[in-house]
Design a protein around this ligand. Structure first.
Ligand code: SF4
Ligand code: SF4
Length: 408
């Protein structure tokens, strides 16, 4: 007899009335036009498995992996079906039965281990030799095109991790906060991590970066490896339990979505802090007039329900910055964690749609608040041969801080 999908009740699965609204917004369905790609198809399949009508075989497991977890289906669903719970439970059962697919196994193994990521840092000078610079800082291009994919961009691994148990003091301190960096800022986008600190210091926050923090667990959680996820969560709960700090800040959408579930002290996304400080940011100025557009990361607007006007108001506050809206600014960029590795061609289609919308907006810089989105969008822009820079919002705002106020 087939095993029921862990944690899924008949009520939860049968809440879906098969209205098909999720088909209108699903970026994967938009490419494949096949029912198993969309939430409705996956929920139907999960229900049949739950009832014992179908066995959870490899083909069903593959269908559960055909999803970027962008949560657009959950947002539009008139019945508020908890799609995230359904998909993670289904993947968890598939993982118990068949183990993780090879690309997810590799991602979980690498990103869950600070030691492995630190060791990879020795490759930093070598990777520079085999890649060329791109328009977006800290992102490098392979010098050859890959069949069916074209240009491929990689983040530059840093020779030293960013997390060093260091405290960065604000000149006019009004609060003390902890920075949850996540793997990408600790090991790849270390200059962006420095800019996050610079911006927060400028806003009056002293920032401490605990060295013992580990991966937020997102690669394991979204793959359905809940045992690894729980182990990482437990470690982070211990590290982030100091009560002499006001809150924890993260500058990665996916880290925020995941750690808000388990860290005991309040957690804020960087964009939430920036929005609270918009009056101060009105005094900041870019060195030259620039058209800027914003990409809404899925795990900020849907994963955490952070209002879409927050980043727009922050950008509009900066002098010399002309905000221009792109079409479908909240559509997924196609990254979806390891989805990009498991389904590179579908991911590319979604990515190119995003890049084309950026091109049509007329912006010279696209900004967002997720290192995964930065990397994937920067690649899409190179593939579309656009003259647009992709930046994390901290990188953009660091250029706008009044020079006279920067620490020497
Ligand atoms: S929108 Fe909701 S109720 Fe309608 S088919 Fe999709 S999951 Fe089911
Ligand atoms: S989470 Fe996104 S990709 Fe997955 S089924 Fe829903 S809309 Fe489609």
């Amino acid at each position: 007899m087939s095993k029921k999908i862990a944690g899924l009740s008949k009520e939860l699965l049968e809440k879906c009335v098969r209205c098909g609204s999720c088909r209108q917004v699903c970026p994967v369905f938009n490419v494949t036009k096949e029912e198993p790609s969309v939430a409705r198809g996956k929920i139907f399949l999960a229900n049949l498995i739950n009832k014992g009508v179908l066995e959870l075989d490899k083909e069903a497991a593959d269908i559960f992996n055909l999803c970027t977890t962008c949560l657009r289906c959950r947002e539009i669903c008139p019945l508020n079906v908890d799609y995230e719970k359904i998909i993670i439970s289904a993947r968890s059962l598939a993982t118990e039965k068949f183990g993780l697919p090879v690309e997810k196994k590799a991602a979980v193994k690498v990103f869950s281990s600070n030691k492995t990521l630190k060791a990879l840092g020795i490759l930093s000078p070598i990777t520079k030799l085999f890649t060329v610079s791109s328009q977006s800082p800290q992102n490098r291009l392979l010098p050859i095109k890959i069949p069916r994919l074209g240009k491929v961009l990689l983040p530059q691994i840093s020779s030293k991790p960013f997390n060093r148990n260091q405290t960065y003091k604000a000149k006019n301190e009004k609060g003390k906060i902890l920075f949850f960096t996540g793997c990408m800022f600790n090991n790849f986008y270390t200059e962006t991590a420095e800019n996050v600190v610079k911006v927060l210091n400028q806003l009056g926050y002293t920032v401490h970066v605990p060295e013992e923090q580990v991966c937020c667990g997102a690669p394991a959680y979204f793959a359905g490896d809940l045992k690894t996820y729980e182990k990482l969560a437990e470690k982070n709960v211990q590290v982030f339990q100091q009560d002499n700090y006001d809150f924890v800040v993260t500058a990665c959408a996916t880290c925020g979505h995941v750690i808000k579930e388990y860290i005991k002290i309040p957690v804020k996304e960087l964009i939430e802090v920036l929005y609270e400080e918009v009056d101060t940011i009105k005094n900041w100025k870019l060195p030259q007039k620039t058209k800027v557009t914003w990409h809404h990361p899925c795990h900020i607007v849907r994963g955490q329900n952070i209002p879409k006007n927050y980043p727009i108001e922050v950008l509009k506050a900066v002098e010399n910055l002309e905000y221009v809206e792109m079409e479908e600014a909240d559509n997924c960029c196609g990254m979806g964690g390891s989805f990009k590795l498991s389904h590179p061609e579908i991911s590319k289609e979604i990515q190119l749609k995003k890049a084309k919308n950026i091109g049509k907006s007329g912006a010279k810089i696209v900004v967002t608040e997720c290192p995964g989105c930065v990397m994937n969008i920067a690649e899409g822009i190179e593939r579309e041969n656009l003259r647009v820079k992709t930046l994390h919002i901290a990188d953009l705002l660091a250029q706008a801080i009044p020079r006279s106020e920067l620490a020497p």
